[in-house]
Design a binder for this molecule. Structure first.
Ligand code: AMP
Ligand code: MN
Ligand code: ZN
Length: 873
């Protein structure tokens, strides 16, 4: 054997050996998987782009974020490394901003930067520029903290797209140009970009010109980039693209165009805005204490740079999400839907802790792992089987916002891989083995753990990192059944009250002495530090503006709105905690004519937990009184298909909307695989809706939509094809679950319709974002093709008819918030009745009645002066 042959043989042996070893390990892994089925977590088979990152500044552990250190010391600090440089810019009275960009059309070519060499060349180019424009695109769905997927930089000559996934570990090369105070960086709305660049690359911006801040100073009617692009450049962009998956490579031509457009025109827009600012400065140049426009825009921009990225800190994992979820749930509709409030609260927190940890372990967003609505649904009623849990999540996802991104499978791969955890958690079986945090960490990342260990999650295991406190570990919540009502109250007080003062009592006066508004201390200090105002009173502080403000509040002839408000419970004066309370329940208020809805600050007051409870109970009681007074049922007990109703409404006809929907859903999804008796039982339920006649597949599909508000239905339909497709895929891939479906007890379909009250996001949305809600595409929402015919109620049976909205779009629009799964048409019917019988005075009087109910129940002693039961809108 010559040398070459020897080498070849040796190589062959080595190859065979390696292959054998590899087979050995594969077999061993398979065996292990069979022993513990949980080791089949999807994280082993679905690689993520961020796993190629070698260094990660913000991992998913609970350790605080370390900023770039400004001096030679090793430890990262929590100070801004360029604070001195930025402060120097803020102090400069004559900022030199030079922008001379011409408007240039997009060229055909751009530079795609994906190697370190190319990045270094870019730095070379940029360091010779006086100004360049920047924008970033993020990915946040399949990542816990989100990461920068693309950075766009435009000079007057060229558009650069930096592949920040490929170059993640090299991006530090850009730090010097971004921190160079003599190079101006133009952004639009840099608030987030500033933090994202710190989080991913320790890139800090010094010398920023933010075109959105310039718009603010110029009091432009709008300050969106889309508006500026259209106004100054005649370019229309499709902002929907910002929600694309920016991890994909190559980017589609459309995405490249969007990304370039976001940065390309900024230099020209900035120049135009700067000219306008300068012009205003020249016009005002004679007055003494003038408002300096250029200076102001520059200061506001550089103030943004002083912000520091931080990881959110919470008392224990998932705590803040649980609190916000619970208080949203609570302030929205109160508790009528939850039979055991303590158990509900407990389960919500357990699920939130689980979700938080799972999102960190798998590097996924919370909303991907398990959406809020699914947590509420799971916690609202006892669920026994895997199938019930699975179905509940799928059902919720079908309605929820998460469906916007129709690629999201439901339930998520995380839930899919770890369904048994949720099962144990709901059965209170996880905590019996120690606290949930350690149990899950061990199961997932411990020895023989089920999930993949990676750069984002491994610090969770390392003890040097602060381990989050589990505040309820030792509390009586450990056993919810022993948890007393009093303890629940105390928990409430501690957890659900507003975290900071709701009202700030700093006053701002105009230079003629008229009170303009109230504000917080920060705003007040801001004016003073810029010599825009002088302090005229110490405690409570008041300032007088030194310039003429743009607008003045309308003189309402009512001093309530400039009334000083105290941060105390208006009932008993308690000052240590308070919650917002809506005196006019949302189920009515959302149906008021628009102009009667303004001035709501009068009818939202602060209450301590105890007074809140008293007021809430009184309000629920009064709703029932109204229901009988107007003979308008509060809840829809039964629905029946039009034309199928019998003479006697008390006979077997009709079915609860929730029961109907769950039965139809189960039949459509699992029908063929169900045991016969179960299938017949469910079919009977659906038949009751159709007056007992035989039903077809199409009838099932229609039944699924009964009770949805048109808003819900529109979303549902948009998604239906996809969701059903997914459900088929999931069903095929998960034979285990089918067995559970077989044994699904009927409890699920006996749900109290009230349970869905709070799952109907439309009420909450209407209250928080106003009634001109926009749909997911930014267009005003249009009702769908089915509308609830609320007028035909017969006792507790509501007839559901279909109305084409083209024929009757006004009615459909009015009904767009109606969901039979919540309070149903009650609120709208009451408001319609009042308007019809008494006109707008009827509404005013109705509001007064509610204020009276509130006053009678609470006898509040601390209502602000000017508050009045008879307050007129
Ligand atoms: P933009 O510069 O406006 O394209 O936005 C930058 C990044 O912010 C996008 O890549 C998205 O990740 C995120 N983003 C901004 N607005 C939204 C939105 N309405 N929905 C989802 N993501 C958004
Ligand atoms: Mn962008
Ligand atoms: Zn896993």
């Amino acid at each position: 054997m010559n040398k070459e042959q020897k080498t070849r043989v040796a190589f062959t042996i080595a190859t065979i050996g390696a292959a054998l070893i590899s087979i050995f390990f594969t077999v061993r892994r398979r065996r292990k998987q069979q022993e513990s089925p949980s080791s089949s977590c999807y994280s082993h088979s679905e690689p993520k782009p961020q796993w190629t990152f070698k260094r990660v500044l913000a991992d998913n552990s609970y350790a605080p974020f370390k900023h770039l250190s400004c001096n030679a010391s090793e430890n990262g600090s929590n100070l801004h490394p360029f604070e001195a440089e930025i402060t120097a810019l803020l102090r400069n009275d004559q900022p030199e901003i030079e922008l001379s960009a011409e408007k240039l059309e997009l060229k055909d070519s751009y530079v795609w930067v994906e190697t370190e060499m190319q990045l270094k060349e870019l730095v070379n180019v940029l360091s010779k520029e006086r100004v360049f424009a920047v924008d970033t695109e993020q990915h946040s769905l399949h990542s816990f903290l989100g990461f920068t997927a693309l950075v766009q930089i435009s000079t007057q000559q060229e558009d650069y797209l930096i592949d920040t996934i490929a170059l993640h570990d090299s991006m530090e090369i850009l730090r010097p140009v971004f921190a160079n105070p003599s190079i101006c960086k133009v952004f639009h709305g840099a608030d987030n970009d500033v933090l994202w660049l710190q989080r991913d690359f320790h890139i800090y911006i010094v010398n920023l010109f933010d075109t959105s801040k310039a718009c603010e100073v110029l009091s432009k009617p709008q300050k969106s980039l889309a508006y500026l692009l259209e106004t100054y450049c005649g370019v229309i962009t499709n902002k929907l693209l910002q929600r694309e998956d920016w991890r994909q490579r190559p980017l589609s031509a459309e995405m490249v165009l969007y990304a370039r457009t976001d940065a390309h025109y900024l230099l020209y827009i900035a120049k135009c805005l700067l000219l306008e600012l300068k012009q205003l400065d020249n016009e005002n140049s004679c007055s003494d204490d003038k408002f300096h426009f250029v200076l102001e825009a520059s200061r506001r921009s550089n103030m943004i740079c002083l912000q520091l990225f931080t990881k959110e800190i919470e008392a224990s994992p998932g705590e803040s999400a649980a609190l916000s979820l619970f208080s949203r749930h609570q302030s929205n509709q109160g508790f009528p839907s939850v039979s055991n409030e303590t158990q509900f609260l407990y389960t919500v927190r357990q699920l939130c802790t689980w979700r938080d940890l799972m999102a960190r372990i798998h590097d996924e967003s919370l909303k991907y792992v398990l959406p809020d609505q699914a947590i509420v649904a799971l916690a609202s009623r006892p669920l026994a089987s895997h199938a019930e849990i699975f179905n509940t999540i799928v059902q919720i996802d079908m309605n929820a916002e998460i469906g916007l991104s129709s690629r999201i499978p439901s339930p998520s791969a995380v839930v899919d891989s770890h369904l048994s955890d949720i099962h144990h958690l709901l059965a209170n079986e996880l905590v019996n083995h120690g606290d949930i945090y350690s149990v899950i960490l061990q199961k997932c990342l411990g020895q023989n753990g089920s999930c993949k260990l990676n750069i984002f999650n491994y610090a969770l295991l390392v003890n040097i990192n602060p381990r989050p406190a589990l505040s309820y570990k030792h509390s009586s919540l450990k056993n919810p059944k022993q948890h007393s009502r009093k303890a629940s109250r105390n928990l409430f007080v501690k957890k659900f009250s507003c975290k900071s003062p709701v009202y700030h009592n700093c006053r701002i006066f105009a230079n003629d002495g008229r009170l303009l508004c109230y504000c917080d201390r920060k705003k007040l200090e801001w004016y003073i530090s810029r010599d825009l105002a002088k302090l005229i009173e110490e405690e409570p502080p008041a300032i007088m503006l030194l310039f003429e403000p743009k607008g003045r509040p309308e003189d309402e002839g009512n001093d309530f709105y400039i009334q000083s408000k105290k941060n105390i419970c208006v009932g008993c004066g308690e000052g240590s905690h308070y919650l917002r309370y809506r005196i006019i329940p949302s189920c009515y208020r959302i149906h008021f004519p628009e102009h009667l809805k303004s001035h709501r600050s009068h009818d939202i007051v602060l209450l301590c937990v105890d007074c809140h409870e008293v007021a809430h109970v009184a309000a629920e009681k009064y709703k029932r009184k109204l229901a009988s007074e107007f003979v308008i049922p509060l809840y829809v007990r039964k629905v029946i298909h039009p034309g199928q109703e019998t003479e006697n409404p008390n006979d077997e006809g009709g079915v609860s909307p929730l029961q109907l929907r769950t039965a139809a859903m189960a039949l459509l999804r699992h029908g063929p695989r169900m045991p016969l008796d179960r299938r017949e039982e469910l079919t009977e339920t659906v038949k009751r809706y159709y007056g007992g006649r035989e039903i077809s597949e199409e009838d099932l599909e229609r039944a699924l939509q009964v009770g949805m508000s048109p808003h819900e239905r529109r979303k549902f339909e948009k998604k239906r094809g996809i969701s059903f497709k997914h459900s088929m895929e999931n069903a095929a891939a998960m034979p285990k679950r089918e067995n559970h479906a077989d044994s699904a007890p009927s409890r699920m379909s006996n749900g109290d319709p009230l349970n869905f009250d709070t799952l109907d996001g439309s009420y909450a949305n209407a209250e928080t974002t106003g009634d001109n809600r926009e749909d997911s595409f930014g267009k005003p929402s249009l009702a769908s093709d089915l509308a609830v015919d609320g007028a035909t109620s017969n006792g507790n049976t509501i007839l559901v008819t279909t109305t084409d909205y083209d024929e009757d779009s006004t009615q459909a629009k009015h009904n767009s918030k109606l969901s039979l799964l919540g309070h149903g048409p009650h609120g709208k019917q009451v408001v319609d009745h009042l308007l019809k019988e008494y006109g707008e005075d009827g509404i005013r009087e109705f509001c007064q009645r509610w204020r009276q109910v509130f006053v009678d129940a609470l006898k509040p002693r601390f209502l602000p002066a000017g508050w009045d039961v008879k307050h007129r809108i």
